[in-house]
Design a protein around this ligand. Structure first.
Ligand code: SF4
Ligand code: SF4
Ligand code: SF4
Length: 208
């Protein structure tokens, strides 16, 4: 008996949500839709690696196969780090980040919020002064991270649909209502990231 195709949402639920585009699709949801339609093989997600292939095989009834090397390799999570001394505050990386993991304002230094960074690497190439590098992350990417990244990516997509740039939004848009858990988490993460950046800069300027 042929197994019914899983819904795109069911497929999306087992993808890691780094939104890295390495599968050849613009985001995890687009790859999920293609797998659901059986228009894409199940072995194209390097961040998910063998675990994701197994999950997709179980969902779709297709046999698991090795990760397609044309998509990249499965590697431990990395996070982006900005060399703040060289950052010119152009905001390009903020717009490039698919999960809103970068904070900063025009002409100010920018910083990556480690906890939100999916390691997609999409901010590295657009930086005009090459001041973003990928470093090993302190911990792996969890299911909770994936769920939160999906929500942020969807919020970003809705914002782009409305033609808003995040730099503009951060400059003047109304914030999420008080008590909103994502807002609280983001505010705490932003405050910590900015504090770490300030401390690093103060240490650097105090050095002989
Ligand atoms: S994590 Fe990257 S490779 Fe995997 S489905 Fe999402 S966008 Fe594609
Ligand atoms: S900060 Fe860079 S590497 Fe991290 S999620 Fe954003 S674009 Fe990807
Ligand atoms: S793209 Fe590079 S120079 Fe521009 S704000 Fe981001 S880190 Fe700074």
């Amino acid at each position: 008996m042929i197994r019914p195709a899983p819904s795109a949402d069911a497929v999306d639920a087992v993808l890691p949500q780094t939104q890295c585009t390495r599968c050849g699709f613009p985001d995890c949801a687009a790859y999920a839709a293609a797998v659901s339609r059986r228009d894409a093989p199940i072995n194209r997600c390097p961040p998910g690696g063998p675990d994701t292939i197994e999950a997709l095989a179980a969902l779709t009834g297709q046999p698991p196969s090795p990760l397609d090397p044309a998509c990249g390799v499965h590697a431990p999570r990395a996070v982006a780090v900005v060399d703040e001394a060289r950052c010119i505050g152009c905001t390009i990386c903020i717009e490039a980040c698919p999960v809103d993991a970068i904070v900063g304002a025009p002409k100010r230094m920018h910083a990556v919020i480690d906890a939100l960074c999916s390691g997609c690497g999409l901010c590295v190439a657009p930086c005009p002064v090459d001041c973003i590098a990928m470093r090993p992350a302190g911990r792996p990417w969890s299911d909770a991270d994936a769920d939160a990244a999906r929500a942020r990516h969807r919020a970003r997509a809705a914002r782009l649909e409305r033609g808003e740039r995040i730099a503009d939004r951060r400059a003047g848009a109304a914030p999420a209502p008080a008590g909103d858990p994502d807002r609280e988490r983001r505010q705490a993460a932003v405050a910590m990231a900015m504090e770490r950046a300030r401390a690093r800069r103060a240490k650097a300027s105090a050095a002989p």
